[in-house]
Design a protein around this ligand. Structure first.
Ligand code: URA
Length: 265
């Protein structure tokens, strides 16, 4: 039972006092008390009735917030921008603009799903390559992907920072332009644009339509919503999922055309 309790380091970190490393230092320095007693052991367990104080203030357990945004183009996934460009937080109400941060990044011109939270542990796990979160992108190309290049992509391409092999690739109906659905786990910077650039294709629009099993369904471009508790549980247990369970829903709405797109599986 005691094993389920957070230790003092984790408690301070998840309450927003400091990062885990800094919290452990503060504890060792004697800056933290539990029920009025100085505790210098970072692994000291904290029960539900314990009163933790740092700098004479009671440290309250932080309520975690999980927001899913359907990002439009023209917004950067950053906390602040010295060049006064639009940031994704401009799309959230004032009370959600501080204390939260985006999990991973999307290019300024990429649209689609972005998870925003103050749950540092979850964010760290979801962005860690070891847990390799499944992502689904809809890329619109300037020209049609040839069957030969499709095959090359299926086999994987070597970029300057490593080999990238999409989990699945599908071409969307020709009537909607040259759209390709790409499923992959990589979180490398500009990875989708780069795999197409490698084969000399230019991506004119890029939309993230699936992220870690979350979908855009019912979430128009530029809008946000809180995650449901089922979705939060799903993310917290994400590392337990089998790859087959990580797929996005079979149909999603394009940000541009607002039409249903078949994800190709
Ligand atoms: N790949 C890209 O090229 N851009 C993104 O924003 C996300 C993935």
């Amino acid at each position: 039972m005691n094993n389920l309790l957070p230790n003092l380091t984790k408690f301070l970190a998840s309450s927003g006092v400091a990062s885990r490393r800094k919290a452990a230092e503060l504890i060792k320095e004697g800056a933290v008390t539990v029920n009025g007693t100085m505790i210098t052991d970072p692994s000291h367990k904290i029960g539900p009735d314990d009163v933790v104080r740092y700098q004479d203030r009671i440290v309250k357990k932080l309520e975690h917030t999980y927001v899913l945004l359907n990002k439009p183009t023209g917004y950067i996934t950053s906390k602040g921008d010295e060049h006064a460009r639009h940031i994704v937080f401009d799309l959230l109400p004032k009370n959600l603009q501080t204390g939260l941060f985006p999990v991973g990044r999307l290019d300024r011109d990429t649209t689609g799903l972005l998870l925003i939270t103050n749950d540092g542990d979850l964010a760290l796990r979801l962005s860690h390559p070891r847990y390799s979160v499944a992502k689904v992108y809809c890329a619109t190309l300037r020209e049609a992907l040839t069957p030969l290049d499709m095959e090359k992509l299926r086999k994987g391409v070597r970029l300057r920072d490593g080999f990238i092999k999409p989990d699945r690739i599908a071409i969307v109906a020709r009537s909607r332009g040259y759209q390709v659905i790409v499923h992959l786990h990589s979180g490398k910077k500009h990875v989708v644009r780069r795999i197409f650039a490698h084969l000399e294709y230019h991506v004119t629009e890029l939309d993230r339509v699936g992220y870690a099993g979350l979908s855009k369904r019912g979430l128009p471009c530029g809008q946000w919503r809180f995650l449901s508790s089922a979705e939060i549980d799903m993310l917290k247990n994400y590392h337990l999922r089998k790859p087959a369970q990580t797929a996005a829903p079979h149909r999603i709405k394009s940000n541009k055309t607002n039409k249903n797109i078949n994800l190709g599986f």
